[in-house]
Design a protein around this ligand. Sequence first.
Ligand code: CU
Length: 693
Amino acid sequence: MKNLTPMFAVALAAGSISSVLAQKPKLEEIIVTENQSKRVFYLEDQLAVLPDTAKLLKKVPGGNVNGNGPLSGIPQYRGMYGPRVGVVINGAVLAPAGPNWMDPPLSYAAPAQLVKLEVYRGIAPVSVAQESIGGAIVSDTLHGDFGSSDKFDASGTVSVSGQTVNDASLLNGMMSLANQHHHFMIAAMSEDGDDAEYDGGQILPSSFERKRAELNYRFQSGAHSLSLGYTRNDTGIAGTPALPMDIDYIDGDLFNARYQYQGNDWQIDSHLFGSSLEHGMTNYHLRTVPLSRAMWRQNTTSADNAGLKLKGRRKDPLGEWSFGIDYIADAHDAFIDNPNNAAFFVEGFNDASREVLGIFAERQQQLSSSLQTELGVRVNQVDMSADTVDATPARMMPPARALRDQFNNGDRNSSDTNVDLTAKIWLRQNSDMVYYAGVAQKTRTSSFQERYLWLPLQATSGLADGYTYIGNLELQPEQSAEIELGFDYSSGGFSISPRVFYRDISNFIQGTPEVNPSATMFVQMMNRGNGTNIPLPLQFNNVNAEFYGMDVDWRFQISEQWALSGLANYVRGKRTDQADDLYRIAPANLSFALDYTAERWTANAEIIAYADQNKVSSFNNEQATNGYELLNFGASFRVNENFRVTAGAQNLLDESYEDHLNGYNRAVNPAISLGGRIPGYGRNFFLKADYNW
Ligand SMILES: [Cu+2]
């Protein structure tokens, strides 16, 4: 199946309508290349077996991942994560079924399924995602190409892989049938793994099972194309040791329809999408059960997502206009009960809803042969609502009753009009050097968790700090003002792209000890009644914060076969209204890689070094971590045109290390104390074979 080789993938990327800068104005000088505005990865090129797409963020300047479990990685970009980073998958946006993001949006892009991942560098264009205060990630499934005649041709791929650290295995297949007008595709994937090992024990529980299937039909005729897609996600039992429960199941149906018109001057791209996600989790099916049967908990949740996007682009001799509208609505329910006590229930969220209607315009303009600019404006209307709630504690305990009644009698509707503005400029000094500067104002309305958590719970989009939180109906939108500066230098075989950034955020939403007194009383009563020691709750409040730092990637092509490359990342996050550091910020880190590429062979050796992180949040009682170094190795060999074998080792020296973004252990483990930092995986050998036809 030659049409899915990396060459094809690169060509597809260059022609993709989602790549904002791909269509250049018709001028002799091209100032902005794709590599200046984003980083693009093809999963099939990765010399690794990755059950979690988010792990790829570690290869992006400024990127990292908050790890709560093997399938539950949350992208972090320049210190921001969770709902602050926009994620678009096959043109669709979704809010996870798990209020604690056991299924982060990016987990719906399974790495085995020929996925392309694009991470925008720095300020994300307003046309890419509705809410992108902290950046934007775009992932697309690759479907292969149309044929060139009326004759149908079949192609396909099968890949199988395994790794030792958790005895994980993965089987993946895709088949397509296409002629010049029609393209049918069917894909299926199955993966599972046991508890992961490290030098010192096992991470409990960190086993997982997931199956996924995708059906897609595309039609093209002249400048018009249409595609219809359906994806079924079936995640089985999977551990999330940094969270109070584990995944029992995540069932999802995802629908996607797209119409595109590619005229000479005009391009239209329209999407209609939706998903229905069902999720169950417990604290007793995968981890050691709680001692008291009264403390068993099951949480059954759902998310319904629906949206559309209509985007037009018009080119002219000096640049290009992009404009459009998008609309996304999501609604969430969460119901907690105890299988040992039929009377116990908590309505965590009852039709907690969020609707965003956005309108945007973007202009790319070639000002001269050495100057190019991109200006963007977006207005989002964000409306939120939630229904009344109830719970057995609220019928029995006065502070819980007070919280319920305040919530049910409060104004649960909110409406924000948010304005995002971006301005970027590139100045070409000569053929080797382009200077860049960007400024932006970006806004984010609270998540439904931040607003509607009415009883102290840990459903916080995966913060995993061990605290219970309550929401705040009065939250104002976060507003970020940011500036970034850098250059892109490329000469001979050497290229380097450093950026420095500063971001000031007013009304940053953060858990603080200024809490509704009923919530504190409730936790104190629970602790007395159950003999527990749950820390006093935090409440989501508006504070002020700043982020600053730098990131750089570079590459030096030594010869046709050999290349050196590397990354360096540094970010600081602080509160500015009080003296405290922000929680769960990636430590400074560096990587060096040596790549060898020959006709049939590729090989890669990589050293990754993380610094200590002692700039930690006292409000979140965050623990500092020590630095570490890891050595990885991978190689692939193309046996023939159709068959390729990949093998390698991660953490070759079996270093025992604390990944600062991994969270704290919440499950009984003979080797890791409750509340202790979850270690990184130990030495891992992997093997992968793929066959294309
Ligand atoms: Cu969950």
